[in-house]
Design a protein around this ligand. Structure first.
Ligand SMILES: [Cu+2]
Length: 160
């Protein structure tokens, strides 16, 4: 998976234009703990009915930090998360919980990738599936209201 570059630029476009990203990534010799990550959906059925999805991520062996703190330079033991809904832009954040709203009816995938400060994947990643029910098929039992009776034309009094 080398094709997905972090599109943090959409979030911090003003910052990144001013900060040159250093390309001196000193690869650290094997760190003791391997980072691990688990992503899950909170209340998936209830949220899907509200056209929403909430992802909660738990990690171990990694400290979730803002990559800007290290000038986006890789630091062993530090990382953040990349969230992607379907083929949309990647959201890069240290936040371990993220919600999506106003999902369209149908099936969606949410991919969560653990990334280093340099936005390169650290290995752990997970894809979750959300299916939002179609409201047009859910509500179909209401009986049509009876046609309104046309109101009688007001009688014109012709006499004085
Ligand atoms: Cu990133």
């Amino acid at each position: 998976m080398t094709t997905s570059k972090c599109s943090i630029a959409t979030v911090t476009v003003l910052l990144t234009t001013m900060i040159a990203v250093p390309h001196l990534n000193a690869q650290a010799p094997g760190s003791a703990t391997k980072p691990a990550m688990t992503a899950k959906l909170i209340d998936p059925d209830k949220k899907a009915a509200e056209r929403a999805a909430t992802v909660e991520v738990t990690t171990s062996g990694i400290q979730l930090v803002d990559p800007a703190l290290s000038m986006e330079k890789n630091v062993p033991g530090q990382g953040h998360l990349h969230y992607q809904l379907d083929k949309g832009p990647v959201v890069a954040t240290p936040a371990p919980k993220l919600s999506y709203h106003e999902l369209t009816p149908g099936s969606h995938t949410i991919t969560v990738v653990l990334a280093g400060n340099d936005h390169k994947p650290l290995g752990p990643q997970q894809t979750l599936t959300v299916t939002v029910p179609d409201p047009t098929t859910a509500v179909s039992t209401s009986s049509p209201a009876p046609a309104a009776t046309p109101s009688a034309a007001p009688q014109k009094k012709s006499g004085y």
